[in-house]
Design a protein around this ligand. Structure first.
Ligand SMILES: [Zn+2]
Length: 55
């Protein structure tokens, strides 16, 4: 059994949502579809938030 997590980001407000267990449908935020980001990119986004000063 494999666990595939997906990470989505809202382009409008910058919210990041991680989906641990798969689900159907699309995530929406700010009345628009959230964009899926790769786990690697998500890591950078998360570290970027916890480390002020990094680009
Ligand atoms: Zn949003």
């Amino acid at each position: 059994m494999t666990t595939k997590s997906q990470v989505f980001k809202c382009k409008a407000c910058g919210a990041i949502v991680a989906v641990i267990t798969g689900g159907k449908g699309e995530l929406t935020c700010c009345d628009q579809k959230m964009a899926e980001v790769t786990p690697d990119k998500a890591k950078k986004l998360i570290y970027g938030m916890s480390r002020p000063g990094s680009p």
